[in-house]
Design a protein around this ligand. Sequence first.
Ligand code: BYC
Ligand code: FE
Ligand code: FE
Length: 495
Amino acid sequence: MSEESISAGLGTLREDSMVEVNYDELIPNNVDLSTDLRLKRALESWQPKFLDWWKVAGPADTREFEVYLRTAVGVDPKGWAKFDYLKMPEYRWGILLAPKEEGRMIPCGKHKGEPVWQEVPGEYRAMLRRLVVVQGDTEPASVEQQRYLSKTAPSLYDMRNLFQVNVEEGRHLWAMVYLLVKYFGRDGREEAEALLQRRSADADRPRILGAFNEETPDWLSFFMFTFFTDRDGKMQLESLAQSGFDPLSRSCRFMLTEEAHHMFVGETGIARVIQRTCDAMNEAGITNARDIEAVRNLGVIDLPTLQKKVNFHGSVSRDLFGSEVSTNAANAFNAGLKGRFGETKIDDDHQLEGAVYPVTRLVDGCFIDEDVPALSAINARLLDDYIKDCQGGIKRWNKVFEKAGIDFQITQPHKAFSRMIGEFADIFVTTDGEIISEQEWNQRKTEWLCTDEDNVYIQSLMNPCMKKGEYAGWIASPRIGINNQPGDFEYVKIG
Ligand code: BYC
Ligand code: FE
Ligand code: FE
């Protein structure tokens, strides 16, 4: 489909000017880009570099694929997206902000109750830029990590979902680049360039945060990543959506609308893996989920391996919250640059002077919950909220076992398990929270994390299944299609 017909289809879709996105311009936007020529030019000069990055680091060998993608056409939570076939390099990456809330006040910190900032407050410039850069850095990193996955997609439906996530992470990069270029002058433009130069797992210029330099080598990892790591994205975006810097808040609010699908992909992806394994076990009359060999002989993912993947992605993603006790986080909250999860719904003074929060710490060889100043425990609290949020999805996974009559439950590892950042970075802890020596850890870690053999087995299942309506043998079909499409819908036309 040509670019003209896409913009014709999209540009006129909404009439409400508050939420309308202008698709007639080179860069679709709802920020009146055409009235700020300097900004427009700066972004138009970044755009080809972004496309070059997409070519070399985005989904490999997919240029001609026609993908059934949703594109945002407005920012109204009801009816904000339109579905159509697109070649990915022609996706209309644009700049979309949630509508301005008239009279919005800074919700927390020492400026609480003051009107939100429409420009960068000078005293917080460096801190704010750092937050935007870190957020921006994760978006292209995830696309890089997922670059080769389409080659082993278990179905066209899954391949389409992968691409949907990828183009939207690309758009999230745009969202942060807009803020950098519009509000941070020359430094902002330099940061925007650097975001395209770092690469996931690159020896010289890696991505900033740990999890974004890990591999996503198979589809089980992809589903776990979208469940656990994209959910860190959700929590961090929720916290930045509370920002007193209103353009950041509005960017993040709209990003969250897109984010929901990413977690849907992860949660339902794993639920379908569980379903398939349970079905295969029941058909074969296998009741012992711990009999790995028997289950693997059925060509499905055995459940202990699934638990190991949960242990890995869960702990790597928890590291993304930073140190539980952090002055950076206290400063950012106090400055009103970020808030807590659901800040405006929390019943307290939103300034936290003198308040305390219980943080799990290691004291005399035991884990205890110790009250620390709530301001310095901002990261700890977000992490706790995150762990609760994960548990909701895990409960739904466990329902699948129950319904199938298979005696197995997925659990989250202990908070201190396999951490590289924060309170527990220097200790060795089992998934049950038992503290062990480094030597014992090295001997026993394969009880909790995948071995090479496990990974080889997972890889052996990663054979592509590209016929419409068909699914690889290790995963069940989804219950409903994207945008209610029928089961044999051709989500990707490979041509
Ligand atoms: N790896 O006081 P500390 C997403 C650094 S995901 C490496 O402990 P702070 C997405 C930290 O940068 C959401 N380094 O923590 C998901 C600092 O370094 P500098 C991404 C780490 O600063 C899937 C030093 O340690 N968004 O959107 O309170 C697909 C001491 O910092 C790590 C954000 O993260 C780590 N894991 O909190 C696509 C929001 N952890 O500055 C997308 C913006 C910490 O001394 N970022 N460090 O050199 C933030 O709010 C904060 O930077 C962090 C860290 C929460 C990340
Ligand atoms: Fe994102
Ligand atoms: Fe995401």
